[in-house]
Design a protein around this ligand. Structure first.
Ligand SMILES: [Mn+2]
Length: 432
């Protein structure tokens, strides 16, 4: 195994050898099943291989909770080492050549070296993420009571300048979007002037929007609650949509699956944002109660499928301006983050391929005659199809692993990094 760069092609090929016979057999069988449904399995492999999703730089470190943090051996200590881990993920799953960065956590004084480091590992920076939800060492003014929506214009100015710096760093790294999530909100009724805070936020965002390059997009990420528990300034998709409309065509909405009240129909939100031309992208994860940041598909795989049903439907319908960015946003205490990110990338890809299997002509027919039973059965026929041989074949042909988790565990990567990266200092978790 090569630990200097990433996992070697020869190692992955060796790992695949034993599983290749079973995969060929499963793939041939699935091909026959799908052929009876008029579906070409090779077209689905191509679709699976075309799927791209970004991993978050903050996700390769162990996350924390309000109660504590339990570092893992060999955690990356800076953005260069984070990219090494991202490279390992991509080499095994082959769908994650994109990385989202978080400033100031990923700051470096040599952006040229960082861009080269990413390029040498086959990685591209997609979205920059600003951070005005915590204070940094040496920072002049505190974000304790807000940032872009703070009542004090001096704090707002500082938060605007931080976002402008993120854009500037992103330009040097070849990024194409800025994702803004703010922790601004109130914990007590009356603490914050609700309309005034949103006006202040919008005024701040106008400056950020104006500074973003013409070919960039500005993603607005809403969140129902946390860290503020009574109200947040950008609390839901309606507020996000309104702000994006006010800002202009390059501003759009980002949906983090964990940022809604329990039982909210997220696929409806997705469909609405598509229809209104403002769906910018996703932070995929899963949750039972709140912003749990569990691996995608852990709790509600059918919801994930239904979201992709809307996305694939919009893609096939050729909805103008439809090109959402797919990103993961998760960070854990109890798993190896590399394994969790691989699992999530594969689960989101699985939902994409399953949604691609929906017989849309049949579904449309059942919708026209109001046949709810057959409409749902049409969706379930796609959802219950085990597309794993398609995903595995796509990975294998692209040089990735048939079983990425098994290959990763066999590689000894974590233990090797434990030896290479002693003395892990505290790195911030990501709960946004
Ligand atoms: Mn997020």
């Amino acid at each position: 195994m090569t630990t200097q760069l990433c996992l070697a092609d020869t190692f992955i090929a060796d790992q695949n050898r034993a599983a290749q016979g079973a995969l060929r057999s499963d793939f041939a069988h699935l091909g026959e099943v799908l052929a009876r449904r008029g579906v070409d399995i090779e077209a689905l492999v191509e679709r699976a291989q075309s799927f791209r999703i970004a991993v978050p730089s903050w996700g390769v470190g162990t996350g924390g909770t309000r109660f504590g943090r339990f570092p893992l051996e060999g955690e990356p200590r800076d953005i260069f080492e984070k990219l090494d881990d991202c490279c390992t993920i991509n080499r095994l799953v082959r769908t994650t050549p994109l990385v989202s960065l978080h400033i100031p956590w990923d700051k470096t004084n040599d952006l040229g070296a960082l861009r080269r480091h990413a390029g040498e590992r086959g990685l591209t920076v997609d979205s920059m993420n600003s951070n005005t939800f915590e204070d940094q060492a040496g920072q002049a003014l505190s974000y304790k009571h807000g940032s872009l929506a703070h009542p004090d214009p001096a704090v707002r100015r500082q938060a605007i300048e931080h976002n402008l710096e993120c854009i500037s760093i992103g330009k040097a790294l070849g990024a194409s979007s800025l994702t803004v999530w703010i922790g601004d909100g109130g914990n007590f009724p009356g603490q914050m002037h609700v309309r005034g805070a949103l006006e202040a936020y919008l005024a701040s965002m106008r400056e950020v929007y104006a500074a973003a390059p013409a070919d960039w997009r500005l993603f607005i990420e809403h969140k129902l609650y946390e860290p503020a528990f009574y109200s947040t300034v950008v609390n839901d998709w309606g507020t996000s949509y309104w702000a994006a409309e006010q800002l202009g065509p390059r501003a759009c909405c980002l949906v983090d699956l964990g940022h809604h009240a329990p039982n909210v129909n997220v696929e409806m939100i997705v469909a609405r944002l598509i229809q209104f031309g403002k769906l910018g992208g996703f932070h995929f994860n899963d949750s039972k109660y709140g912003d749990d940041d569990l691996d995608a598909g852990s709790i509600k795989p059918f919801q994930l499928f239904l979201i992709f049903n809307e996305l694939v439907d919009a893609e096939l319908a050729g909805v103008p301006g439809f090109h959402p960015s797919y990103m993961l946003d998760q960070s854990h205490n109890v798993t190896d983050p590399i394994e969790s990110l691989m699992v999530s990338a594969m689960e989101v890809q699985r939902a994409f391929v399953q949604a691609s299997l929906v017989d849309r002509a049949a579904l449309s027919g059942f919708q026209r005659v109001c046949d709810a039973v057959m409409a749902l059965r049409t969706l379930k026929a796609a959802f219950t199809t085990d597309v794993e041989p398609i995903l595995a074949m796509g990975r294998c042909r692209a040089g990735g692993a048939i079983d990425p988790i098994a290959a990763y565990r066999t590689s000894g990567y974590r233990a090797a990094k434990g030896a290479e990266r002693p003395g892990v200092r505290r790195t911030a978790g990501g709960i946004v």
